[in-house]
Write a protein that binds this ligand. Structure first.
Ligand code: NI
Length: 396
């Protein structure tokens, strides 16, 4: 079945836009989304779609059961906003000091649109569609706790699909659907190193173990792992973003702290790099008689799309929007996305829907106070969710 043929989308388009505007007015942060989830529940109630709540009510899992038995596909939308004061001048701009500056309000509205359509076509669905409304994508992560609380069971989810609107992929022209086989977004890990030397008078370095010069060696050696030990065609970002140590011009401190971000695109490189960081930093410290404490915290995993699911997403998008509107992305992004937890658990595909909107005559990036999205493409996102679900369940 092709979702395009259905006239119901015309009336749904207005609903999706108004749902999005309502959500846009009430941006909330992290894993505490009482008003947002209240709104989503009220729409699901109106649509007659049953749901359960996870994460103390801050995550919602809706379920659309088709008339015939079959597999289960999960469609995911993140729902959280950012601590940014909105400056778009839109008539429905937020006034509570937070802002949907990444477009997650649109994600939730598009998923509700798809849900409305799928619910109205239950008789043609073989299997079930789970709706994952996930908090905390920006911080501190909502996908992992949802999975731990059973979001992918009862019924057992066989595949997952998600999308991001706006302009995550630089230069992607409006209206395009960007797909990507394999690694699409990076693991987003935190590195913290405490370099413990022995402080003393700046004039007597021989009586100290200087953590400042050692930190310099460590920083440069970390970059050498990237440039000399890693395969050049395998992307790694290792950025030390904070150095903290010392008091004044004549005291060698005891301790220096380093902090940074580590990005990799696959599990093997991630593990390897983590081990090499520990070995190299440990050896450098030992060579100077110093100590180190290293915390390498694995946050969001790399987002690696499943090829069969990308095929499905690609075909669904081609069917709906034509060849000129579907593009295979040349490169992965080094940003993180916690949809990766879902696609780590089940075959998954994540796509970009490009719909940036000018404000004051300019496009502003994600997480900017003037970030805006073009609502006229919401209908595309909703249709793609629905078509993806139908196609997957048909083939399964
Ligand atoms: Ni986002």
């Amino acid at each position: 079945m092709d979702v395009l043929q259905d006239k119901q989308w015309q009336s749904l388009e207005q609903d999706i836009i108004s749902w999005r505007r309502e959500l846009h007015k009430i941006p909330e942060l992290g894993n505490e989304l009482p008003q947002t989830t209240q709104f989503i529940r009220s729409v699901l109630d109106e649509l007659g779609i049953p749901y359960t709540s996870l994460m103390s009510g801050n995550a919602i899992v809706g379920l659309i059961e088709g008339d015939q038995p079959g597999k289960c596909i999960a469609l995911r939308a993140d729902t959280d906003a950012l601590p940014i004061k909105e400056d778009t001048g839109l008539e429905f701009a937020s006034e509570n000091g937070n802002m949907h500056a990444c477009g997650h309000d649109g994600h939730a509205a598009m998923l509700l649109g798809a849900a409305a359509w799928l619910q109205a076509h239950k008789d043609q669905i073989k299997g079930s569609v789970k709706l994952l409304f996930q908090p905390g994508e920006e911080f501190p992560g909502g996908a992992e706790p949802m999975i731990k609380e059973g979001a992918l069971e009862n019924p057992h989810v066989d595949a997952v699909f998600g999308m991001h609107e706006g302009q995550i992929y630089p230069g992607l022209k409006s209206g395009l659907v960007g797909i990507k086989y394999g690694s699409m977004m990076a693991a987003m890990d935190r590195l913290f190193i405490k370099v413990i030397g022995k402080g003393g008078h700046g004039a007597n370095p021989h009586l100290t173990i200087d953590p400042i010069t050692l930190s310099a060696e460590i920083i440069l050696s970390l970059q050498t792992i990237v440039s000399r030990e890693n395969k050049p065609t395998e992307p790694i970002v290792l950025s030390i973003t904070r150095i903290d140590g010392g008091y004044n011009q004549n005291v060698i401190p005891d301790v220096v702290e380093l902090e940074g971000t580590v990005r990799t695109l696959n599990h093997e490189t991630r593990e390897w790099l983590s081990n090499r960081i520990k070995e190299v930093v440990g050896a450098l410290a030992a060579s100077r008689g110093a100590q180190v404490e290293i915390e390498h915290t694995f946050n969001y995993p790399p987002l690696i799309n499943d090829s069969d699911m990308v095929d499905l997403a690609k075909n669904a998008a081609l069917k709906l929007f034509g060849e000129e509107n579907v593009i295979e992305l040349a490169e992965p992004m080094m940003g993180g996305e916690d949809f990766a937890y879902f696609s780590n658990e089940r075959p998954g595909a994540f796509v970009f829907l490009s719909n940036p909107q000018e404000v004051d005559g300019k496009f502003w990036g994600h997480h900017h106070p003037k970030f805006a999205v073009d609502e006229s493409f919401f209908i595309h996102g909703a249709m793609l969710h629905a078509q993806m679900a139908l196609d997957y369940l048909q083939e399964a």
